[in-house]
Design a binder for this molecule. Sequence first.
Ligand SMILES: [Zn+2]
Length: 318
Amino acid sequence: MKAAWDWHLPVETGSQQQEIVEFACDLGFDTLIVRDPSEVMARRGAELGVRIVAIVYARPSDAFAGSHPECLQRLLPAEDEIARAGHEGTPANFQLLSHRWFSIVQDGATLCFEHEASRSFLKERVSRALEIADGVAFDGFGFRNHYACFCDRCTDVRTSMAAGQPEAHEPDLLARMSETSLVAVSDVLYEHAKAIQRDAVVTNHVWPPFYPNEYYGNRLRLDFCTQTISWFYPPHWSLERVEFETAEMKRLEDVKRNTFVPFIGLYSDPYLVRSPDRVRAEFEVAARYADGHVVLCNLETPRHHPEIAAVVKDALGT
Ligand SMILES: [Zn+2]
C-alpha cells in the first residue's frame, strides 16, 4: 500500500474531490485515505486505480455520547482536572511552544471499546463508510490517558482478572487489560468489514500512543498497520532514530495479524516542514524495510512544496 492520508486539502466541491484523487495518483499513491469519501472520489479513484479509504474515528457522535454516557472512556478525576487546566491556562499554540506533542490527556470524548454498544456504533460507521469507500482506516483507537479506561465495565473486568491472578502486579494487569481491549476491537471491526466486502482494505494509524507498549501494533487484526517512523513536530527525529523505529517495527511484524507500513507525518507550515533531502532520506528508509509500503500524511505538503512533490514522485517510482 502506497497511501496518502489527508484531511487538509479542500474537498468541498466536486472538482476539488476529483483533483485530490488525481493529485494522489500523479504523485504515485495507489490509496487515498480521507475523512468523508464522496461518490465523485470513488468514481475517479476507480478510473485511476486509486483505492479510496474512509477514516473511521473512535470518537462518539454527540447523539451517541448523550444516550450512552457509560460507553465513553472514563479518566481518573485528577486526569479530568489536568485536561481542564490544560485548556484554561494555556495559549492556543501551547503544543508548539511547549513541545508537548502527546498531551497528558487527549481532548474530547472517546469510546470505551469494551461495551457492546460502542462496538455496534463503530460497526455501523464501518458499514456506512463501505457503502462508498474501498476500505476503512481506524484513527484514534487508543486511550485518552494513553494507558487505560476507568469506566465501571473496565474496572469490573480488571477486578475479575485480579481475582484469578492474585500474584499479578496492578500496573501489569492494567496494561494487559488495556492492550487486550485494543486488540479485541480490531478483531471485531476487521471481521465486520470483511463480512461486508471481502476485498475491503482495513488499515489504521496507531494513535494515540499506548504507553505500556508502544509497539503493540503488530497484534492488531488489519491488512495494513501504519506506524509512525517520522513525526510531524520538531525536534525531528534523527535519521538514525527513523531507521531504528522502522527496523524495530519490521522486526516485530506478525504477518498473520497485519503488514507493517511506515507512516511519515509531515506538515507544510514553515516551522514544521522538513527539507526535501530529509524527506527523501525518510522514504529511502521506508523502502529499505517495508517492501514498498508507505503512508504520507498529508497532501497539503507536496501541494505547497513542489520540490517535496518531486521527491515523493521519485520515491514512489512515478
Ligand atoms: Zn471502559
